[in-house]
Design a protein. Structure first.
Length: 250
């Protein structure tokens, strides 16, 4: 049976890409959710012109992690099999959505809980050269996460992912900013998730994207990410009762 899947686009001030990306996503996905995280440009107006999509609006802006948390809750509430997350800045190729969905149940006896896109697993023709500071931060955190969690990831910050929806209630996301993926990896390992990576092209169209305030400084951003990761690892170690741990089965 073909999995019923939802594709979600978390957006914040994406007026320059929204219509084009949505048009392309529609070619590969039937059920689409857009989480507008308090946009202050014309994003909301553009969304009102779109038909046959679901929209969740955060007001005011709550953060990237909060947008994904809303998407997780929506997918669970509406009984989807798979949730695909794809950014709206043109960095991901919607044609790969069916591939990510298929990989979730590629092994019927042992489905994947997270299929995570990796921009460094394979070289594609036409790949971009990533901004050096972003590549450095990604590599540093990926190495640290692999060492601490006994993983073999190649890309910890790719927003192009497919999640098995039945597994999502085991995550307790409280990090609502850009560091949310770090909390995700710790909780996913703690919950015993099966994680696989899937190669996706490396595309950068807007190298000067803002992360907000002081986080635009690479060193401060890396320090913040490490702080979030250390806190989540500490919380994981200190959890004395499995029933109370983030990600524990209910």
């Amino acid at each position: 049976m073909t999995p019923r899947f939802l594709t979600v686009l978390p957006v914040y001030n994406e007026q320059s890409h929204l219509s084009e990306v949505l048009a392309t996503v529609r070619a590969f996905a039937q059920d689409i959710l857009v989480v507008d995280d308090g946009s202050t440009d014309s994003t909301a107006e553009l969304l009102r012109r779109e038909s046959n999509i679901a929209v969740i609006t955060h007001s005011p802006n709550r953060g990237y992690g909060a947008a994904l948390k809303s998407a997780f809750d929506f997918a669970v509430e509406h009984n989807y099999d798979v949730l695909v997350t794809i950014d709206c800045d043109g960095q991901h190729e919607p044609r790969l959505i069916p591939e990510l969905v298929a990989r979730v149940f590629e092994d019927a006896a042992r489905p994947a809980d997270i299929v995570s896109g990796s921009r460094y697993l394979k070289i594609f023709e036409g790949d971009s050269k990533p901004p050096e500071e972003r590549r450095h931060i990604n590599q540093s955190l990926t190495q640290f996460i692999n060492e601490r969690l006994n993983l073999q990831l190649t890309d910890t910050f790719c927003g192009f992912k497919a999640y098995r929806v039945d597994a999502l209630p085991r995550l307790k996301i409280t990090e609502f900013g850009y560091a949310m993926p770090l909390q995700l990896w710790v909780q996913a390992v703690q919950a015993g998730f099966r994680i696989v990576e899937h190669p996706v092209p490396l595309i950068y169209l807007e190298e000067s994207r803002s992360f907000g305030g002081s986080l635009d400084d690479a060193s401060r951003r890396l320090a913040y990410y490490r702080e979030v990761l250390d806190h989540e690892l500490s919380a994981s170690r200190e959890c004395s009762s499995p029933a109370l741990c983030p990600g524990a089965s209910r």
